[in-house]
Design a protein around this ligand. Structure first.
Ligand code: MG
Ligand code: MG
Length: 436
């Protein structure tokens, strides 16, 4: 897959280009302990290489080495402490590099690959050390070009090209997305089966995340949100510290990561297995919007369409519940953004290597792109009525509902990758009551 990605990237590079991608530096947790290492997604997309302190050079016009890796050399002592390294030889053998060097040689060797280039493809901001090295080289090259007429004179950010590519998933990516979403479904179903009043939010979090790991996921794709009762009206609540009370809804937003690809699903369900009438009112509006929005997703439709539809449907819902007053016409309410009090974000995001996948949703002329087969977008309508909100029926206070699925655009329409988690009211109730 990574070779195929590199080849596609090279096709999009102009003549005279050399591209350099640096991996992320590790992030410190505390003292001498680091977070579990995550490679930079663009770097990973092109190389498959997962170690820190590595740099990839793509030089399509170099006579011998079109693809070069700079990596950490083997080191017995370091490997005893921190695990095996791929090393120079296997960077060539297993990762397809035409040439590999120890990372220490980067400053010495990079000149050879840049000498005939005119354009340097490099994304500033991914790695400070490499940033300053590349900026210094670029500045020197530009200055000497004035005198000599040869060399680099343009710095190009390659990330828009990669965003564009990553928007459409290839076959391997799709397989991984299917696994990530399947495991995500298993985690959610396990949580629904286990939920009951008296559990703590973190206990559900632990169950969901252990289900992910038990099914082969690398872990959670993002911090799991288990928000019971009023906590659900905080969009990114991750404290997960409260006791789940009888009568509460539980909003669970969680996704598994499988081979670096992410799932992202939200369900909202009653802790005791039965929705109250007020909870049901809100839930049904969100659910109906969820279905109607997904129904409209097919190739050729504007990427902005689901969001516009969500505003319309949810505003109608807010009117029917009395959250908004019918003093103005619905068009005017939408224009004024009245819905933002209860629905405050865009309907969804592209998903893939990043949970909020990089993507360029607009064309160069500013218009929104249209859906194409191979795109995957989350659709996550919600209504959130915070405690203390003035002018709304009091029975709705403290209720937050979100329903989120991962939707693959296909030739003929779309496929819901996460439909395996129940969301119809009777199905959800039956699962929690143990009747399924
Ligand atoms: Mg989510
Ligand atoms: Mg999401």
């Amino acid at each position: 897959m990574h070779k195929q990605n590199r080849e596609a990237f090279i096709e999009k590079m102009g003549p005279g280009g050399v591209a350099i991608f640096a991996s992320n530096p590790p992030a410190r947790w505390n003292h001498d302990t680091e977070y579990i290492y995550r490679p930079d997604p663009n770097f990973y997309y092109l190389t498959g290489f997962e170690e820190p302190e590595s740099i990839c050079v793509i030089a399509p016009e170099h006579p011998k080495h079109q693809y070069v890796l700079f990596v950490r050399p083997k080191n017995k002592q370091a490997e005893i402490w921190n695990g095996k390294r791929v090393g120079i030889r296997d960077a060539r053998r297993h990762y397809g590099a035409d040439k590999a060097y120890p990372i220490e040689k980067f400053d010495e060797k990079i000149g050879e690959y840049l000498q005939n280039a005119e354009r340097l493809y490099y994304t500033l901001g991914s790695n400070e050390d490499v940033d300053s090295e590349m900026l210094a080289r670029f500045t020197r090259a530009v200055k000497s070009k004035v005198r000599g007429g040869k060399g680099i004179d343009t710095l190009v950010d390659p990330s828009p090209i990669l965003s564009e590519m990553r928007l459409i998933k290839n076959e391997t990516e799709l397989e991984r997305m299917r696994m990530a979403t399947e495991i995500t479904v298993a985690g959610h179903v396990a949580a629904m089966k286990a939920v009951r009043p008296g559990l703590y939010e973190y206990q559900l979090e632990s169950l969901v995340e252990s289900t992910f790991r038990m099914n082969g996921a690398g872990g959670a794709a993002f911090p799991t949100i288990v928000a019971s009762g009023e906590n659900a009206t905080t969009l990114h609540y991750t404290t997960n510290a409260c006791e789940i009370e009888n009568g509460n809804l539980v909003l669970l937003d969680a996704g598994a990561e499988y081979n670096r690809y992410c799932g992202d699903v939200t369900r909202t369900f009653p802790a005791n297995g039965t929705f109250t009438e007020a909870q049901r009112d809100i839930y049904q509006i969100v659910l109906d919007a969820h279905y109607a929005i997904i129904d409209g997703i097919r190739p050729g439709v504007s990427i902005d369409e689901p969001h516009q539809k969500s505003i319309e449907l949810l505003t109608e819902g807010m009117l029917s519940l009395g959250l908004l007053k019918k003093k103005k016409k619905i068009e005017k309410l939408i224009e004024d953004g009245a819905y933002r009090k209860f629905y405050m974000y865009r309907i969804g995001h592209m998903i893939g290597l990043d949970v909020h996948d990089v993507n360029s949703v607009r064309e160069a002329n500013g218009d929104y792109k249209t859906f194409q087969p191979g795109m995957i977008i989350t659709i996550e309508p919600g209504l959130y009525v915070a405690e203390g909100t003035k002018g709304v029926p009091s029975k709705y206070l403290g209720i937050g509902v979100r329903i989120e699925d991962d939707i693959l655009v296909t030739e003929s329409g779309n496929e819901n990758l996460t439909s395996g988690v129940p969301k119809e009211i009777d199905e959800v109730e039956a699962l929690i009551h143990g009747e399924r």
